[in-house]
Design a protein around this ligand. Structure first.
Ligand code: TRP
Length: 337
């Protein structure tokens, strides 16, 4: 295939994945694996930068996230799925790249700044957390990834990676590292069930891919709609109404959805009717995912072995890049003596 590109993307294993992950990244991965050479990484080292006190949670999440991947159709025959810490070259690359970035630049990464605020670190930011964008630059460049499908919060990471690539290639007068490009999902964000801008585990407003049918039903029933839609006959708002956003994202019958929207806006359509339809749509989407997840979960050592195999492949590729990096820097000492 002539247009085949190298793709790398990943998730921090710090909990199960939800519908927001599906819309924002998983759906694209399932398609991209048909066209490109795709690597998907479980970023456990990155997860440790703010979870050093709970490594067990990360270990358990690695299996959960891998099950989510398999359940949605990321296929290990087409995608190399691997664990970050099983690829030692990534840590070594990070250390070399850190010399190419200033402390001041790290402090101004907007996503890191926001996360420091959200996590309430104040002055006590773990040093490993401050530098994780550079570790992410190592992840991306080790595989010479050209495309990185991510949510819009990750754009600053790709920008920093491009800076590292340019600086490295210029400083060592080479073209070893490849500049990546972000692919941003068209629906970059799915709102939470509470109507907040982002679905997030931390906000308690997420529907997980592994939620049982009963749990999904309860979550849909409790969803935020339009605070001004008090009586059935009142005209309701569709914009900013997460029930309709979810229908747009997961519903197949676009004509029916358009009709429901028009009716809701006119007035005379109750929230419970729309929610009942949304529940049907979500169960139809989630049922096969749940079934596949359950069947993979029966043999967790097979799932872990798949990850170990992927990690062996990834380790070889990253090691090759590391050798090219050391060559370019002139520190492959054995080649001098
Ligand atoms: N920072 C990403 C996230 O929080 C995870 C990640 C780590 C990643 N390394 C990556 C994503 C490399 C893309 C490429 O979701």
């Amino acid at each position: 295939m002539t247009n085949q590109k190298i793709i790398l993307t990943g998730d921090r294993p710090s909990g199960r994945l939800h519908l927001g992950h599906y819309v924002g990244s998983l759906a694209a991965r399932v398609e991209l694996q048909e066209i490109h050479r795709q690597y998907v990484m479980l970023a456990d080292i990155q997860a440790l930068t703010d979870h050093a006190h709970e490594p067990a949670k990360i270990r358990e999440s690695i299996l959960e996230v891998a099950l989510d991947y398999l359940a949605v159709g990321i296929d290990p025959k087409k995608t190399t799925i691997f664990i970050q810490s099983l690829v030692p070259a990534l840590a070594e690359l990070t250390i070399y790249y850190l010399n190419l970035v200033t402390w001041n630049r790290l402090k101004h990464n907007p996503t890191v700044k926001l996360e420091i605020q959200q996590k309430g670190f104040g002055e006590n930011v773990p040093a490993g957390f401050m530098i994780y964008p550079i570790s992410q630059a190592a992840d991306i460049t080790a595989f010479k990834a050209q495309l990185v499908p991510v949510g819009d919060d990750q754009i600053p990471m790709i920008e920093q990676t491009v800076e590292v690539v340019r600086k490295f290639n210029r400083l060592y007068n080479c073209s070893v590292l490849v500049e990546p490009e972000a692919i941003i999902s068209t629906i970059a964000r799915l709102p939470g069930t509470d109507g907040k801008a982002k679905m997030s585990k931390g906000l308690g407003n997420a529907i997980f891919l592994s939620d049982s049918a009963d749990v999904v039903a309860a979550k849909v029933k409790g969803m935020y709609t339009d605070a001004g839609h008090l009586h059935v006959e009142d005209p309701g708002k569709v914009e900013g109404n997460p029930v309709f956003t979810y229908l747009d994202a997961f519903g197949k019958d676009k004509v029916k959805i358009a009709d429901l929207k028009a009716h809701y806006q006119r007035g005379g359509l109750g929230d419970s009717v729309v929610k009942k339809y949304l529940l049907e749509v979500l169960q139809a989407f989630l049922d096969p995912i749940r079934q596949r997840r359950e069947s993979f979960a029966k043999d967790s050592s097979a799932v872990m072995n798949m990850l170990f195999k992927g990690s062996d492949i990834a380790a070889q590729v990253a090691h090759q890049t590391l050798m090219e990096v050391r060559d370019a820097m002139g520190i492959n000492y054995r080649s001098y003596f």
